[in-house]
Ligand binder design. Sequence first.
Ligand code: FES
Length: 107
Amino acid sequence: LKVTMTDVEGVTQTFDDVEEGISLMELAKQHGVAGIMGDCGGGCACATCHVYVDPSWWEKVGDPDEIEFAMLDMVADVMKDNSRLGCQIKMSRELDGLEVTVAPASS
Ligand code: FES
């Protein structure tokens, strides 16, 4: 599967051969994508894996659930309509080609 990620510094990388089931946070950590910390290890409890989903992919990725939304609210200053937590997006065939941008840290 293919994923294109733009990091906080504006550097865009495309990853091919992304395995099904991996989260965007794990993928970013594997490749050292700037701006993704994943401090809580994917537990939906830190919001340091915040990404903006490309609007053309939003429908397929879907809305955050309530717990994730509450976590996103902790970074409300940098939250957008297309905000999601990277650890809560698991790669699937449906998301092949997904494009996301890493969100800046909340101040
Ligand atoms: Fe902590 Fe995603 S890694 S919320």
